[in-house]
Ligand binder design. Structure first.
Ligand SMILES: NC(=O)c1ccc[n+]([C@@H]2O[C@H](COP(=O)([O-])OP(=O)(O)OC[C@H]3O[C@@H](n4cnc5c(N)ncnc54)[C@H](O)[C@@H]3O)[C@@H](O)[C@H]2O)c1
Length: 253
């Protein structure tokens, strides 16, 4: 797919994988809209890449519509990338035997699943109204899962459930949108060096890097951004979940 002169919407674009994706797409001549609840961060990334930003929450449908509308202004919306999301640690039963907190489980599903749903559906609706390019293609939607969808560790009940849902939406969404020429894929990252992991002490981050098959280090967010560009360009990729993880298979803990 030709990217030059098109527009893209990146949720979670103020930080980590989303910010790296915003930079990578912008370098390909794409007009990027950064959508994030962190207004300051979204503005900073948008200014850096000469794009624009929308401050808002992916769990709020009106905010998502506002972001899609802005992204679709001026140039056809061809690429939508869902990177807004977060993790949670909690076991089925806590150390004292009490059950996993429902509020926490609900919060993670709302952010990682409903947030992805809100943006994907609204973006697809706008993308479907654009004039198709060569071969009838209108664009691509890339959602962010995690290796935790497959190798959920102890304490990842809520997070793995949410990322499993992102994986599960991939094929039906690709099938639904095939009639309008929109592809849907998901990337399942392994361990990436983003602010999400920066919370851990250096020693633990080094140990995590050593646990990767090869290369023995944390992933660089730029490698995620590059994969989004490759996915966008390669029109024959569709309905697939791509692990980007240096071959890691997460152990129980
Ligand atoms: N970093 C990793 O190793 C890793 C591995 C697997 C999966 N992932 C997934 O990748 C995605 C991005 O992770 P990251 O490491 O870049 O995290 P990050 O914390 O660096 O960035 C996440 C961004 O999402 C934004 N955000 C959070 N909630 C939001 C909301 N309700 N509305 C709008 N924006 C919101 C945050 O403000 C932040 O800018 C997440 O879904 C995460 O689960 C990350």
């Amino acid at each position: 797919m030709e990217l030059q002169g098109s527009s893209a919407l990146i949720t979670g674009g103020a930080s980590g994988l989303g910010a790296a994706t915003a930079r990578a797409l912008s370098a390909e001549g794409v007009r990027v809209t950064v959508f994030d609840r962190n207004e300051e961060g979204a503005k900073a990334v948008a200014e850096e890449i000469g794009g624009n930003f929308v401050a808002g929450d992916v769990t709020e449908p009106e905010d998502c519509q506002r972001a899609v509308d802005q992204a679709a202004e001026g140039a056809p919306l061809r690429v939508t990338v869902n990177c807004a999301g977060t993790g949670w640690v909690g076991r089925v039963i806590n150390r004292d035997g009490s059950p996993h907190d429902l509020g926490a489980f609900d919060f993670i599903q709302k952010l990682n699943v409903i947030g992805t749903f809100n943006v994907m559906t609204r973006a697809a609706s706008a993308m479907a109204r654009t004039d198709p390019g060569e071969d009838g293609e209108r664009g691509v939607i890339v959602n962010t899962a995690s290796v935790a969808a497959f190798d959920g560790q102890i304490g990842q009940l809520a997070y793995s459930a949410s990322k499993g849902a992102v994986v599960g939406m991939t094929l039906p969404a690709a099938r639904d949108l095939s009639v309008v020429g929109i592809r849907v894929l998901a990337i399942a990252p392994g361990l990436f060096d983003t602010p999400l992991l920066a919370m851990l002490p250096q020693e633990q981050r080094d140990a995590l890097g050593q646990s990767v098959l090869f290369p023995k280090k944390l992933g660089d967010p730029a490698q995620y951004g590059r994969l989004v560009v490759d996915i966008s360009r390669n029109s024959y990729l569709n309905g697939e979940v791509i692990r980007l993880d240096g071959g890691i298979r997460m152990p129980p803990k």
